[in-house]
Design a protein around this ligand. Structure first.
Ligand code: FNR
Length: 185
C-alpha cells in the first residue's frame, strides 16, 4: 500500500511559483509513495462557531477528510510580509479542529519556501515551523530548502528547468522520504 504525501502550496495565484514547484515535486515521488496535491482554494476562513454549532461548511469537511487520508505533508510556501500566507495558516487552523481531532498530528512534514527575492521565504518557513511544533508535526530540519529568485526557475510552460534547483529539490525529497520513514507513527 502506497504512503500518501499531501502537497500544500500557499498560494492561489494562477501563475504561482509555489504551485509550479508543487507540480515539479509531484513527479518526484519514489516507489511506494504517492504524492497528491491538496487544494486550498475553497477553504473558508476558520470560525470556531462552525464546530461549536455543528455547522461545518462542506469545503472544510472535504479538506479534513482529504487530509485524514494523508500520511505526510510537503509544504511549499511563499512569504507574505515576512510570514506564512494566510491561506496556509488558515489551512493549519481549519485542520487543527475540532479539538483533539487534528489532521496534522504526528504526520512527518517538510517545508520548501520560495521567493523572487533573495531571502527565499525564510520568515514564512520559520513561522510555519512554529505552528508545526504546537501541532506535533515532526518537520524535517535538514536539508533546509530556501529557493530564491524563483521567477527564474521555469520555462515558458511553467515547468521547472533542468539544473541545480531541480537537483536540490530531488535531494530534498529523497531526504524527506528518509525522514518520513523514521518519524511516521
Ligand atoms: C509578497 N511578496 C513577498 N516576498 C518576500 O520575499 N517576502 C515578503 O515578505 C513578501 N510579502 C508579500 C506580501 C504580499 C501580500 C504579496 C502579494 C507578495 C512577494 C511574493 O514573494 C511574490 O508575490 C510571490 O510570487 C508569491 O508567491 P506565488 O504566488 O508565486 O507562489
Amino acid at each position: 500500500m502506497n504512503k500518501v504525501i499531501g502537497i500544500l502550496a500557499g498560494s492561489l495565484r494562477k501563475e504561482s511559483f509555489s504551485k509550479k514547484i508543487s507540480k515539479a515535486v509531484l513527479a518526484m515521488a519514489p516507489q511506494g509513495f504517492k504524492f497528491r496535491t491538496i487544494s486550498l482554494a475553497d477553504l473558508p476562513i476558520y470560525n470556531q462557531d462552525f464546530d461549536d454549532d455543528n455547522e461545518v461548511p462542506p469545503a472544510i469537511t472535504l479538506f479534513r477528510e482529504e487530509m485524514a487520508k494523508v500520511d505526510g505533508i510537503l509544504f511549499i510556501t511563499p512569504e507574505y510580509n515576512r510570514s506564512v500566507p494566510a491561506l496556509l495558516k488558515n489551512a493549519l487552523d481549519v485542520g487543527s479542529r475540532p479539538y483533539g481531532e487534528s489532521v496534522w498530528n504526528s504526520k512527518p512534514a517538510a517545508i520548501f519556501s520560495n521567493s523572487p527575492g533573495n531571502l527565499s521565504g525564510f520568515g514564512a518557513n520559520h513561522h510555519l515551523r512554529q505552528s508545526l511544533v504546537f501541532l506535533n508535526v515532526p518537520t524535517m530540519q535538514q536539508p533546509e530548502v530556501y529557493l530564491h529568485k524563483v521567477h527564474e526557475l521555469f520555462d515558458e510552460n511553467g515547468n521547472l528547468n533542468e539544473g541545480s534547483t531541480k537537483e536540490l529539490l530531488q535531494k530534498a525529497v529523497d531526504a524527506y522520504i528518509i525522514w518520513f520513514k523514521r518519524n511516521a507513527a
